[in-house]
Design a protein. Structure first.
Length: 326
């Protein structure tokens, strides 16, 4: 038995047994809010402090069967993944997160333990980032859809945009590359290990705190690797009107990634260049001397347009990353 926020016993069952407000109560009851949440769930809208006077806002959606499978990932892991994708976008602007909004759509037959798991994962990831789930919505649907809106604060700084890279800037990354793609391939083959790669796919851990670090260091442009390194660098190159040249020998390819590629007949460098959903941060800096500790320089901004690898246009077979409706 589980206990709802009003003290009534609620048997484990389906979402239909709880009703809309029962689901909301199940997600929010007893969850602490940080000081920045001035008014949390329960009213028509939340109130979140905005010390900077500006609010960074982003939204991302995970759809069952497109972004996650419950035979591959536990609900808690899906919840964590949903939060990670959004917080990485806040970090890529150079901001610190301040709050999350949750929209949950699901069938009436969804087991309540799935809702509990999603909520636990979302709240755990939010708490680790120092934010709360301040509000949201629930609705019926044919499949589970988790939409997170994340809010952030710039702490008085200008946002780090995609359009700020300049010729001569160096390009650096903080976080793993290709691990989520490797983990997905492991799962597709019916395996559950190596655990590190599978975990990177199920619950990516973006370096959220490194976004403001890069901003303070003077990053000129920044993005997270949601679609894949080359694809996301392409967004920066297009917005900044530069050519970004990637030196493949400098791309951080972990030994563990090479081991998995060898075992599965894959290409570790390709995973690192084109695999999405790692949500690591990639930024450009005026020169290598200001790149923060822990970041790896692997490229340069040049005259021209687009992205090249070792001074040549990307010649790999297929697209350089994820695209919807492809």
């Amino acid at each position: 038995m589980k206990r709802s926020g009003d003290g009534a016993d609620v048997a484990d069952g389906r979402v239909a047994d709880l009703g809309e407000f029962g689901v909301i109560d199940r997600i929010t009851a007893g969850r602490p809010q940080p000081e920045g949440t001035l008014l949390g769930p329960g009213d028509d809208a939340a109130v979140v402090a905005a010390p900077d006077g500006r609010v960074v806002a982003t939204v991302d959606t995970l759809v069952q069967g497109v972004h996650f499978r419950l035979d591959w990932s536990a609900p808690e892991q899906v919840g964590r993944k949903a939060v990670a994708a959004n917080l990485a976008d806040v970090a890529a602007m150079g901001a610190v997160p301040t709050g999350l909004l949750l929209s949950l759509a699901c069938p009436a037959t969804t087991p309540t333990e799935v809702v509990d798991g999603l909520a636990a994962g979302i709240w755990d990831a939010a708490s680790e980032a120092g934010v709360g789930v301040v509000g949201g919505d629930t609705v019926s649907a044919d499949q589970i859809v988790v939409t997170i809106t994340a809010l952030g604060d710039l702490e008085g700084r200008a946002p780090v945009r995609r359009s700020g890279a300049r010729v001569g800037d160096v390009v650096a990354v903080r976080g793993v590359l290709g691990w989520s793609a490797a983990g997905m391939e492991v799962l597709r083959r019916g395996f559950r290990s190596p655990v590190a790669m599978v975990a990177a796919h199920r619950t990516p851990r973006p370096p959220i705190g490194e976004g403001p670090v890069a901003a303070r260091a003077g990053a000129t442009a920044m993005i997270d690797t949601s679609d894949g390194l080359l694809a996301d660098l392409g967004h920066v190159a297009a917005a900044s009107r530069v050519r970004i040249d990637v030196r493949s020998a400098l791309v951080p390819v972990a030994d563990k990634l090479r081991d998995v590629a060898s075992a599965l007949g894959g290409d570790a460098l390709r995973w690192a260049l084109t695999g999405g959903e790692d949500h690591s941060l990639v930024a450009t800096f005026p020169d290598e001397s200001v790149v923060p500790e822990g970041w790896t320089v692997f490229g340069t901004c040049l005259l021209g347009t687009g992205v090249s690898v070792d001074a040549d246009r990307w010649g790999g077979a297929g697209d350089p990353g994820w695209r919807h409706w492809r």
